[in-house]
Design a protein around this ligand. Structure first.
Ligand code: 3PG
Ligand code: MG
Length: 397
């Protein structure tokens, strides 16, 4: 990585290092229910601690709008963080001012301190420069390891980087390296697989991808809208009819950019949206008036398998069908399985992320087999849209 400083470029021994993490983790019954983000962050914290830094962790948690409250306190993730880093993490009751300073002063180099939710201050989301300076005043160096919050131009994700020497943490570095290989400087041909319910939420993403990739495979509800735009009767399927013009425009952009648009050849349809509903496979233009396409069919799986055989790089976002209910997970499972297999054989670089994607691929049992699965939701989508992420831009040398 030449564009960004990493931890390798910092002399952290004896310094106080502010680390922006994304500890916005899911909770259930007062406990962290998925520790993925914490586990991926831990190596950055332990590396800095081992190198003799005082490590001060900053993060948002939830979306509090009216100052501090117990539900959104980062105290709730303190035990899970301590477990992940293998040492007791200290806690500061505020992320700026005397309370923060006292917590940092109370520990020795090599220790890790978690400060309270940055969003307990309204100035955080306003990216208020005075507030960013108050955060910066707590440390000597700034490390951003929160790729998944890098689409927010907030004081702790963007502002602080203006006032301290800044570098990417190991997780940020891994995300940026994977994303660069997948889309900025990919080995071609590169294919994108995009699913999900609606094109209305992914217009920018599709518009950007067709200009960058050689093939774009569409699944999920959004494929219905593209077929409808071509005059196909999609019956009772999810379909954004008012988006037909946009679907046609994306199809035209794809043609002009030499991107092959791969639409489903067939579907698994049912009359009810429920697990185990009676279903049948039909050609894409054979959906009955009272039937819904709930998954791509076996011909599509075969077709995508052949197309993806030729790819060197695959970027994946979104499920190809209603993967939460069986048997409508079969298409996603099968295509994800093919990608995973070719990745394991060494013939493919595969990167996935954003929203439902991680759970769909975990459900397919392939999440460990992709080259890289991003820990980010919204940030991954904005990156696919070709947007500059403020938290990343602020790290540029
Ligand atoms: C996320 O969980 O996607 C990130 O932490 C960003 O959270 P936000 O959408 O509340 O800014
Ligand atoms: Mg979000």
């Amino acid at each position: 990585m030449t564009e960004f400083n990493t931890i390798d470029d910092l002399d952290v021994n004896g310094k106080t290092v502010l680390v922006r993490a994304d500890l916005n983790v899911p909770m259930q019954d007062g406990k962290v229910s998925d520790t993925t983000r914490i586990d991926r962050l831990a190596p950055t914290l332990t590396e800095l601690a081992k190198k003799g830094a005082k490590v001060v962790v900053l993060s948002h948690f939830g979306r509090p709008k009216n100052g501090p409250d117990a539900k959104n306190s980062l105290r709730n993730v303190l035990d899970a963080l301590s477990a992940a880093v293998g040492q007791t993490v200290a806690f500061g009751e505020d992320c700026v001012g005397e309370k923060a300073k006292a917590a940092i002063d109370s520990v020795q180099p090599g220790a890790i301190v978690l400060l309270e939710n940055t969003r307990f201050h309204a100035e955080e989301e306003k990216n208020d420069p005075a507030f960013a300076k108050r955060i910066a005043a707590l440390g000597d160096l700034y490390v951003n390891d929160a790729f998944s919050a890098a689409h927010r131009a907030h004081a702790s994700t963007e502002g602080v980087a203006q006032y301290l020497p800044a570098a990417a943490g190991r997780l940020m570095q891994a995300e940026l390296e994977a994303l660069t290989k997948a889309l900025e400087k990919p080995e071609r041909p590169v294919a994108a697989v995009v699913g999900g319910a609606k094109i209305s939420t992914k217009l920018d993403l599709l518009g950007n991808l067709v200009k960058k990739v050689d093939m774009l495979a569409l699944g999920g509800g959004m494929a219905n809208t593209f077929l409808f735009a071509q005059g196909v009767d999609v019956g009772a399927s999810l379909c954004e009819k008012d988006m037909a013009d946009q679907a046609r425009a994306i199809t035209e952009t794809a043609k002009a950019a030499n991107c092959e648009l791969l639409l489903p050849k067939d579907f698994i349809v049912a009359k009810e949206f429920k697990a185990g509903a009676a279903h049948r496979a039909v050609p894409a233009d054979g959906i009955g008036a009272d039937e819904m396409a709930l998954d791509v069919g076996p011909k599509t799986v075969e077709f995508l398998g052949l197309k993806l055989q030729g790819a060197k790089t695959v970027v994946w976002n979104g499920p190809l069908g209603a993967f939460e209910i069986q048997p409508f997970d079969a298409g996603t499972n099968a295509v994800a399985g093919l990608v995973a297999e070719r990745t394991s054989e060494g013939g493919l670089l595969s990167v996935a992320g954003g929203g439902d994607t991680v759970s769909a691929l975990a459900h397919a049992g392939v999440d460990e087999k992709f080259t890289y699965i991003s820990a980010a939701g919204g940030a991954f989508l904005e990156w696919l849209e070709g947007k500059d992420l403020p938290g990343v831009a602020a790290l540029k040398k």
